[in-house]
Design a protein around this ligand. Structure first.
Ligand code: GDP
Ligand code: MG
Length: 610
């Protein structure tokens, strides 16, 4: 079982860690600070808040003066020690032990000014002060600026509302225990503290009513009605306090003497004698400590649940951002290759289906290539006029006897030349599709998002490979066309019917008629041959393109890059894994928070359930 006080010690440690991380509450559900119970001291100015705190601690250490002295929340953590020297420590100046409490007071004033400047402005960033002493009980108290009604000279008009808002932000949360300080020499109905407490804690479950200045009440009056709960009912008993008067302070009456005096006051009082064992600062401290412990004990399961939920959320967020990479070259190389494989997977999905884009390659073969082939100007090239010109040029001074062998070859050669255009265009079109798929795959690879430099490197390597594949594709399709020109299909011509003699009923001279028909037939024969070749190329160009470009891209897109990366030094590898600084910062802060929550969970495990 947890020892008395170890639970409060636990809360103290977690609270300090929160402040280091900038978690001062107000972060809503995810704030660990918000989940922790604490005691907030509230009341009007000069109601005796600082005096009560000092009295609980048994030391003078709070800045004093008229006006608003407390302008930042002071989180005061009391640690009971087994003996030895009493000392204080500030979170903002760790390792510096204060054993002179006058110096503590000065440090609080200086630290307040550090944030608010010398103005009378307020700030909600707390100052953390720990006091280690054999004379205290384990307790966390928060001293807050006193509630005021009017702004005085040198203060902003908004200060009244600003203070109320800040105090409210501390007492609003259900985990806050409210130490509501009211002076006894003022009507309880006009108490600022009770007014606020009633507002945020109407049931009085978490409000402790404290009545100060009992010694200053008018002669003949007493506060028994208030102290016994008949004037304003709370779930916890009211505690009456007699602090040092201003005169006592001026005379340097020390704390221990003051406590003794308070004790005597109650014990000898005709009004409060019967309540004496339930009055005074010491009793109040014990009461609060016990209550705080009970609250913490009850809260632990929900705090643990909140911590676990937050840990899960942070882990998920870290997964989304990508985990930090190990510092050695091996881990870096592994990461880079892993990213490459991830990219390659996505790229293949684009090609093979599953992701869009691959179908556009088929579109090139199915639409673009046939359309381009159809548009080739064979009609013009094999017109009667051009056939005549080519044939007669090929014949030279001696016209051919039966069939113009040379003329056929020239007509076919020059026709075949036209196929280069559509062949190369198919290569380029597929190249563009592949390039676009690389771009899309880079963008779609989640793992790569955090590494802009590596993205660029992979894109450059992939595009360089595609360039090589394109060159190979281009050479191959040109070769296909050239092959057609290298050796003609003799069979085709042998199967052609021999020339019939027609057109005798025409008016033109018989010789001319014969000549025209003869040339027309040649043109039509060449055209049939070219059509046959066209059909072949329509089928073989896609095969060449897929073989040289698509299949290579699928198999060897990053091969050279792998070899290249494998020979890099650690420094170059780190440079490739350069991340967006904003992202790195975000990850660092998440990792820090994760550590806090994990250590909080460990602390709770080690304290609470033994
Ligand atoms: P705060 O502004 O609420 O922090 O109030 P302080 O603790 O600074 O007290 C304001 C003034 O009231 C100081 O001069 C105290 O000495 C005086 N004072 C506070 N409590 C008591 C009390 O119980 N009896 C007497 N006689 N004076 C008190
Ligand atoms: Mg004060």
């Amino acid at each position: 079982m947890a020892t008395m006080g170890s639970l409060i010690g636990l809360v103290n440690r977690i609270q300090r860690a929160c402040t280091v991380l900038g978690d001062h509450g107000g972060g809503g559900e995810g704030s660990l600070w918000e989940a922790l119970p604490s005691v907030a001291v509230v009341g009007g100015q000069s109601s005796g808040k600082s005096s009560v705190l000092e009295s609980i601690v048994g030391r003078d250490f709070l800045p004093r003066g008229s006006g608003i002295v407390t302008r930042r929340p002071l989180v005061l953590q009391l640690h009971k020690t087994d003996g030895g020297q009493e000392y204080a420590e500030f979170l903002h100046a760790p390792r510096k032990r204060f054993s002179d409490f006058a110096a503590v007071r000065k440090e609080i004033a200086d630290e307040t000014d550090r944030i608010t400047g010398k103005t009378k402005a307020i700030s909600n960033v707390p100052i953390h002060l720990s006091i280690y002493s054999p004379h205290v009980v384990n307790l966390t108290l928060i001293d807050l600026p006193g509630l005021t009604k009017v702004a005085v000279e040198g203060q902003q008009e908004s200060i009244v509302q600003d203070i109320e808002n800040m105090v409210r932000s501390y007492v609003d949360k259900p985990n806050s225990i409210i130490l509501a300080i009211s002076p006894a020499n003022q009507d309880i109905a006009t108490s600022d503290a009770i007014k606020l407490a009633r507002d945020v804690d109407p049931s009085g479950d978490r409000t402790f009513g404290v009545l100060t200045k009992l010694d200053l009440m008018d002669k003949g009056t007493n506060a028994v009605d208030v102290l016994e709960g008949r004037q304003y009912r709370l779930q916890h008993p009211w505690v009456g306090i007699v602090n040092r008067s201003q005169a006592d302070i001026n005379r340097n009456v020390d704390m221990l003497a003051a406590r003794r005096k308070e004790k005597e006051y109650f014990e000898s009082s005709p009004d409060y004698g019967h309540l004496a064992h339930k009055m005074g600062a010491e009793y109040l401290a014990k009461l609060l400590s016990q209550h705080l412990e009970a609250v913490i004990r009850a809260k632990i399961p929900s705090i643990v649940a909140m911590i676990n939920k937050t840990i899960d959320e942070i882990e998920a967020e870290l997964d989304r951002l990508g985990r930090p990479i190990g510092g050695d070259a091996g881990a870096q190389l592994y990461t880079i290759l892993d990213m490459c494989r991830a990219f390659d997977r996505v790229f293949k999905e684009h090609l093979d289906g599953g992701r869009p884009g691959g179908d556009r390659i088929y579109g090139v073969f199915d639409h673009q290539l046939p359309a381009a082939l159809k548009k080739l100007p064979f009609d013009k090239h094999l017109s009667l006029q051009n056939v005549r010109k080519v044939i007669s040029e090929a014949d030279g001074y001696q016209p051919h006897l039966i069939a113009p062998e040379q003329g056929y070859r020239r007509l076919i050669d020059s026709s075949l030349h036209y196929f280069r255009g559509p062949a190369e265009a198919s290569v380029d079109a597929v190249h563009l599709v592949l390039k676009e798929l690389v771009r899309r795959s880079i963008a779609a690879t989640e793992e790569l998002k955090r590494f802009p430099t590596l993205q660029t490197d992979i894109a450059a390597a992939a595009n360089e490979s595609l360039e090589r594949f394109r060159e190979d594709g281009r050479k191959t399709v040109i070769r296909l066309v050239e092959m057609e020109a290298s050796y003609l299909t003799v069979e085709f011509f042998r199967k052609l019917p021999t020339e019939p003699d027609k057109g005798a009923n025409n008016n033109t001279p018989a010789n001319d008629r014969y000549q025209d028909n003869h040339l027309r037939r040649i043109g039509s024969n060449v055209s049939s041959y070219i059509n046959m070749v066209c059909e072949t190329l329509r089928n073989t160009i896609p095969k060449a393109v897929v073989h040289c470009q698509v299949k290579e891209a699928k198999r060897n897109l990053l091969n050279r890059f792998y070899a290249h990366v494998g020979s890099k030094e650690k420094k170059q590898l780190s440079a490739m894994l350069d991340e967006d600084p904003a992202l790195m910062e975000k990850r660092d802060s998440l990792v820090k928070r994760l550590e806090l929550y994990k250590s909080a969970r460990n602390e709770i495990d080690s304290v609470a359930w033994k």
